[in-house]
Ligand binder design. Sequence first.
Ligand SMILES: [Fe+2]
Ligand SMILES: [Fe+2]
Length: 209
Amino acid sequence: MRSPLEVWLKEHREMIGHADELVELLAPDDIQSKLVNPDESKIRTRIADLMQKFSDYASGHFKLEEELLVPLIREHLDINLPAVKEAIGCLTREHGQMHMFVERIEELIPLLRSEDPPDPHHAAELLRVAYGVQSILRHHTSKEEREVYPLVKDLPMKAVLKLMERLMEKLRDKLNPVDDISLDHLIKPLGPKPEDGNLIAENGEAPEN
Ligand SMILES: [Fe+2]
Ligand SMILES: [Fe+2]
C-alpha cells in the first residue's frame, strides 16, 4: 500500500460494490412482493446487512473526510479559488445528502430485521433509498477522486504530514501490518515533482507501486 489515502480509495470501490449489489438485489420485478412476504426474511437480512455498511461508511469514511481533510484544505488553501470552492462545496453538499439517506436507512434497518415484514410503503421507500444511495455514491466518489483528493498535493508538507499521521492513527486497523510504510515512502507520491507519480492515476484508480 502506497499511502493511507489509498484506504479511502479502496473504501470507495467497496461502497460502490455494495451499492451495486443492493440495487441488483432490488431489481427483480417481483421484489416488492418479496419484501413484504413473511417467508422472505433471508433477502431482507441481506439488504439490512448491506444498508448497515452505508451507515458505517457515513460515520467512518465520510466523517473522517469531514474532520481531517476539509479543515486542512480550508486552513491552507484559498477557499475562494473556484476549483477549491467547487470541490469543498460539492463534498459538503453530497455528504449532507448521504447523511440524510443514512438517517432513513437507520429507520429502515430495524424494519428489515423484524420478524414482521415491512409494509408496502416501507418496501417502496427502501427502493428509493437504495437507488438514491447508489446514484450519490457513484457521483460523489468519482468527483472526490478527481477534484478533492488531488488538492492534498497543494497543501504544505506539514499539513500533508498531519493528515497522513492522523489517518494512519484512525485507519491503523485497516492497514495490513505487512504494508506498514515509512514516512519517507508515505509522502513520496505527494512531493513537488508530479513526474514522480500522482496520488490519483488518470483513470481515477489508485496508482500501483
Ligand atoms: Fe466523501
Ligand atoms: Fe470519500
